[in-house]
Design a protein around this ligand. Sequence first.
Ligand code: GDP
Length: 195
Amino acid sequence: MKISSAELVISAAKEAQFPGTMFPEIALSGRSNVGKSSFINTLLNRKDLARTSQRPGKTQTLNFYVINDRFHFVDVPGYGYAKVSKAERAAWGRTLEIFFSSREQLKAVVQLVDSRHKPSEDDVLMYDWLKHHGLKVILIATKCDKIPRGKWAKAKKDISNDLNMQAGDPLILFSSETGQGKEEAWREIKEALFS
Ligand code: GDP
C-alpha cells in the first residue's frame, strides 16, 4: 500500500467527538506494550505517528488517523493499563461499547497479541467480545523476530487454539523489526476496507 498521507484527525474521549465522515475504518486493539504503535508506524512507514509507549494515567481516547484521505485507522488505547477512577472507567467502557457495537463504517478490528506468550485473559475476553459483536478480527501476533522461525507454526497453532479461532480467521505473525507479515497484514486490511 502506498501511503501518501497519514495524520491524526482527532483524539476522541466520547462519541460526540467521533468523526462524522463515512471513511471505512480499521480499529487497532491490544494490551499496552504489545507493539501496537510499532505496528501502526510500520504499516504507515512512519517513525512516530502513533506514539510508542504512551504513559498511563492519561485521558483515554480513541485516536482517529486519516490515511490517504480515504480511510481511518482508529487506535484504541491499550487495555489493562490506565490508572483511572471507577466512574471514569465505566464512562470509557460505554464509549468503547458504542464504538464497537454501532460504528457503521468500522470494517474490521486488528487485535494484537504477543507471539511469545499465551494470550492473556484480557486478550481472550477482548477477542470473544469483538466476535460477539459480529466484527471481523484480524489477529496479529507481534514480535515474532524474538522467536526462532522453527517455532512459528507452533506459536500460531497455540494462539489459534487458545482464542478458539475458526478456520479462515486471519492470524499473522508480525515483526516491526524485520517487516515480517507487513504485506499479509495489508492484504487483510485492504480486503476488509474495500471489498
Ligand atoms: P504499544 O504500547 O502496544 O504501542 O507498544 P510499542 O509499539 O510502544 O512497543 C512496546 C515495546 O516493544 C517497545 O520497546 C518496542 O520497541 C518493542 N517492540 C514493538 N514491536 C516489536 C517487534 O516487532 N519486535 C521487537 N523485537 N520489539 C518490538
